[in-house]
Design a protein. Structure first.
Length: 735
C-alpha cells in the first residue's frame, strides 16, 4: 500500500511485535514503526506518513492522531484532509465490524467467572479513559444517513453550499464521534434564546481580548451602506485591526433622513463603543455626505481621520475613463476617450443580444457558457470585467456568427444582429478590446491589492505612483513613443481623469503613513525602484511633507508633544541617532516595517507608538459591504423577533463568518471560500466557486454570476447605496 510519504508497506494479515495484527489494527499501515518504547507494554515510537511527525504511544494514540480524536494526549494530524479522514474511518470501522462478527453473543454479554470489585474499578476507569469510538457503520448505513441529510436540505430549501460550511461539518463530525447516543438537537426556543445568548457572549469575550490590543495598534472603523429594490437601507459598521475584522452592528436606516447629520450620529456612537482613543480612521466610500459627516466629527474627535476607500476611488476613476461625460471644459478629453465609451456600449449590446434573445441564446449555448456574459452593474470594474468575459468567449461568438443554421428570426432584430456580426468579425475591434484591458490592468491590479483588510495604508501612496507610471508605459509603448521626449494626448486624458478623482479625496493620512515606512528611506528604493522615475525620500517630497505636518498638528495639539515628535521624525528621516546603527539602516527594506519599528524605534517612543498604529491600518471599506446575507436576515428576522434579538442574530451570524475567514482551511480544501457563494446564490453554488479564482484574481473583485432565471426579490439584486439613490452615494462626488 502506498502511503502519503511515498513508502510502500505490505502488512496485510501480518503480526507486529506488539502481538496485534494489521487486520485488527489497520491504522498501523499509515505510520512507520520506529523503536520500541522502554518499559514494555504496547508503547513505541512511530512516524506519521501524513505529517512526518514522530510520536510515542500505543495503537490508541495512532488512532486518535489519524482520526482527529481530541483529548487523547496526542496532537491530531493537520495533514489528513476530509477525503483521507473518510477513508481512515472506513478502514477502522471495517476492522471493528469484523471483531463484532467474530465475537459470540455469550462472550459479549456473559462472563463465565465472577468479577471482583477491584476488576470492576479498573474496567470502569479504563472505559472512562478510553477515547470516543467512531461510529461503526456500513455503506448501507452511510447511504441512509446521507438521505436524511439531503431531506433536510430539500425540505427547508437550504443552499447546497451549506454542505461546505465548516460549522456544519464540525457539527456532524462532533455528533458522529461523540458517545451521546440519546442526543437530540436544540429546540426552537433554545436556538432563539439561551444558545444565541451564549454564542454572543462567547464572541464578545473573544472581542474583548482583541480590544486590549487596540490601545497599541489602533483600529479602523469601516462603514458601508446598502439598499434593496424597495429602497430599504442598511448601514454596516466593522472594526478592523491587525488581529482581524469584527462586525460591530448594522443599523436599519429605512425611513430615516439619510444625511450627513444622521451618519455622523451613527459614527459617533460607534467611536464611543470602540473607545475614541483607539480609533485611527474612519473608512467610507467617496460620497460627499460621508465626507461631511466625517468633518463634523473632527470637532469632537480631531485625531480621527476620514479616509475615502481607495478601491472605490479607483473604481470611480475607471468608470470615468470607460464612460466619460461631456462638458465644455473637458470637450477635448471627451473626444479622446470616446472610443472607450463606444467599446463599453458594444460590449453591453453583445451581452444583451445573446442573453435577451432566446433564439441567439440557444445557438450560443452550443459553443460557450452563457453565465460568463452575465455581469451585474453593481460590482467593481464592470466594463473591464465584461470586456474580459467577452474576450474569453470570443471563439464561441465567432462560431455562432459563422453557424450556417443561425438565422435572424425577427425583422425587429435584424439591425441588432447585423451590428453584432460586424463587431465579432472585426479584428480591429478585438484589438481595441486588448488595448483597453492592457492599459487598465495596472488600475485593476491596484484595486485587487488594496481590496483587503490587511495593513496596507502605508503602501497606498507607493502603489498609486507606480500605477500611474505603468499606465503611462503601456500607452506610450502602444503608440511607439518615448516617455522622456514625446507627448501622448490619450495618456494625458487617462491620467488626468485618475488624478482629478484622486485629488478630490483627503489623502493626508496616507502621506503620514507612507512617511513612517522605513522602506522608503532605503538606498535600494532611492536608487529607483520605479525604473526611470527618480524616487524621493518622503521628507524630501513637498506634497507629502505638507500633509504630514498637517496630520501631526491634528494629532498633537500640545506644543511640547508636537515639537517632540517632529524632532523624533527628523532623526528617523535622516538616519540620525538612534537610527544610525548599521543593522537598522540595512534592514529598512528587508523586514516588515512593524517589525523594524519594534526592533529599532524604542529611542523615539512617541514616533514609535504612532508608527505602530498607522502601519497597522487598512485602506478599503469594501469588505464591509460583502455581508449581503446580513441585509436579508435583518428584515426577515425583524418581522418575527424583537429588535434586540434580531440584532443579536445578525451580530453572531456576521462574526462567525468573519472568524472562519481567518482560519487556514478557508482558502483550501472542502471548505474553501465556503461563504462567498452562500451569500449570493440560491441552491446551486459550485459554478460560482469555480469562477471565483478567475482573474481579476481576487474572488472579491469577481462579479457575482447569476443563474439563467434571476429572482425578482432577494439578496442577489442588492445594489450599493448610491446606484439606487440612497445616502451613501456610490457615484456621488465629494466636494
Amino acid at each position: 500500500m502506498d502511503t502519503p510519504s511515498g513508502q510502500n508497506i505490505s502488512m496485510t494479515g501480518s503480526s507486529d511485535q506488539d502481538g496485534s495484527t494489521v487486520t485488527e489494527a489497520p491504522l498501523w499501515r499509515h505510520v512507520v514503526k520506529l523503536d520500541k518504547a522502554p518499559g514494555g507494554g504496547g508503547n513505541r515510537s512511530f512516524r506519521c506518513n501524513f505529517c512526518n511527525t514522530v510520536y510515542n504511544g500505543s495503537y490508541s494514540r495512532v488512532k486518535a492522531h489519524l482520526l482527529k480524536i481530541k483529548g487523547q494526549g496526542i496532537r491530531i494530524c493537520s495533514k489528513v484532509d476530509y477525503e483521507s479522514l473518510k477513508s481512515l474511518h472506513k478502514e477502522h470501522a471495517s476492522s471493528d465490524q469484523k471483531k463484532l462478527v467474530s465475537t459470540s453473543p455469550s462472550s459479549v454479554y456473559e462472563s463465565p467467572l465472577p468479577i471482583s470489585s477491584h476488576s470492576m474499578q479498573l474496567k470502569r476507569r479504563k472505559m472512562e479513559d478510553e477515547e470516543i469510538q467512531p461510529a461503526v457503520f456500513d455503506s448501507a448505513t452511510r447511504d441512509e444517513l446521507d438521505k436524511k441529510a439531503a431531506k433536510l436540505f430539500y425540505s427547508s430549501a437550504l443552499p447546497f453550499n451549506l454542505s461546505r460550511s465548516p460549522y456544519w461539518r464540525d457539527f456532524i463530525t462532533s455528533v458522529a464521534n461523540s458517545n451521546c447516543k440519546g442526543y437530540s438537537p436544540p429546540s426552537y426556543d433554545q436556538l432563539r434564546f439561551n444558545l444565541l445568548k451564549d454564542e454572543k457572549t462567547r464572541i464578545e469575550r473573544m472581542l474583548d481580548k482583541v480590544k486590549s490590543s487596540w490601545d497599541q495598534t489602533g483600529v479602523s472603523i469601516l462603514c458601508d451602506g446598502w439598499t434593496d429594490r424597495n429602497q430599504r437601507s442598511l448601514v454596516n459598521f466593522m472594526a478592523v485591526s491587525l488581529n482581524g475584522q469584527f462586525f460591530l452592528k448594522a443599523v436599519d436606516a429605512s425611513g430615516k433622513e439619510e444625511d450627513s447629520k444622521f451618519l455622523s450620529q451613527l459614527l459617533a456612537e460607534v467611536i464611543n463603543q470602540v473607545g475614541p482613543s483607539r480609533v485611527v480612521q474612519i473608512i467610507t466610500d467617496n460620497a460627499s455626505v460621508c465626507k461631511a459627516a466625517s468633518l463634523t466629527l473632527e470637532a469632537t474627535h480631531p485625531h480621527v481621520f476620514w479616509t475615502p476607500c481607495v478601491v472605490h476611488t479607483l473604481n470611480l476613476g475607471l468608470k470615468n475613463i470607460c464612460s466619460p461625460e461631456y462638458s465644455i471644459e473637458n470637450a477635448r478629453r471627451y473626444e479622446v476617450l470616446k472610443w472607450i465609451s463606444d467599446i463599453d456600449s458594444d460590449l453591453k449590446n453583445i451581452r444583451d443580444f445573446i442573453i435577451g434573445n432566446e433564439y441567439s441564446s440557444s445557438f450560443y449555448n452550443k459553443y460557450g457558457q452563457l453565465r460568463l456574459l452575465k455581469v451585474p452593474e453593481t460590482r467593481f470594474a464592470t466594463t473591464i470585467v465584461l470586456a474580459k468575459r467577452v474576450k474569453e468567449v470570443r471563439d464561441a461568438l465567432v462560431k455562432l456568427v459563422f453557424d450556417t443554421d443561425w438565422e435572424i428570426y425577427s425583422t425587429s432584430d435584424r439591425e441588432k444582429a447585423q451590428i453584432f456580426c460586424t463587431r465579432i468579425k472585426d479584428d480591429s475591434w478585438w484589438g481595441r478590446i486588448d488595448y483597453l484591458l492592457e492599459f487598465t490592468e495596472p488600475i485593476v491590479n491596484m484595486m485587487g491589492i488594496a481590496d483587503t483588510n490587511e495593513a496596507i495604508l502605508h503602501r497606498v501612496w507607493e502603489m498609486w505612483g507606480l500605477m500611474l507610471v505603468q499606465v503611462q508605459s503601456v500607452i506610450f509603448k502602444n503608440e511607439k513613443k518615448d516617455t522622456l521626449v514625446d507627448n501622448s494626448e490619450f495618456c494625458n486624458a487617462v491620467l488626468s481623469v485618475l488624478v482629478e478623482r484622486w485629488d478630490k479625496n483627503d489623502t493626508a493620512l496616507l502621506c503620514l503613513a507612507y512617511s513612517l515606512n522605513p522602506k522608503y528611506y532605503s538606498h535600494t528604493w532611492l536608487k529607483g525602484e520605479w525604473g526611470t522615475r527618480q524616487c524621493l525620500a518622503p521628507h524630501q517630497d513637498q506634497e507629502i511633507s505638507d500633509k504630514r505636518i498637517l496630520c501631526l498638528r491634528r494629532l498633537y495639539d500640545n506644543p511640547y508633544l508636537l515639537r517632540q515628535i517632529q524632532n523624533e521624525f527628523g532623526k528617523f528621516a535622516t538616519g540620525s541617532a538612534p537610527f544610525d546603527q548599521m543593522e537598522a539602516l540595512q534592514l529598512r527594506d528587508d523586514i516588515d516595517p512593524i517589525s523594524w519599528w519594534a526592533n529599532f524605534g524604542s529611542g523615539t517612543p512617541l514616533l514609535q507608538s504612532l508608527a505602530l498604529r498607522l502601519l497597522s491600518q487598512p485602506a478599503s471599506s469594501s469588505c464591509c459591504g460583502r455581508n449581503w446575507k446580513t441585509y436579508s436576515m435583518i428584515y426577515n428576522i425583524k418581522s418575527k423577533s424583537p429588535s434586540a434579538r434580531s440584532e443579536d442574530v445578525v451580530y453572531v451570524h456576521s462574526n462567525l463568518r468573519l472568524m472562519s475567514r481567518r482560519t487556514e482551511d478557508y482558502s483550501k480544501g472542502a471548505t474553501k471560500f465556503w461563504d462567498i457563494v452562500g451569500e449570493d446564490s440560491d441552491l446551486e453554488g459550485q459554478p460560482e466557486l469555480d469562477l471565483a479564482n478567475l482573474s481579476l484574481d481576487d474572488p472579491v473583485l469577481e462579479p457575482m454570476i447569476f443563474d439563467e432565471e434571476e429572482q425578482d426579490e432577494g439578496i442577489e439584486m442588492l445594489n450599493p447605496i448610491g446606484t439606487s439613490g440612497s445616502f451613501i452615494g456610490g457615484d456621488e462626488e465629494t466636494d
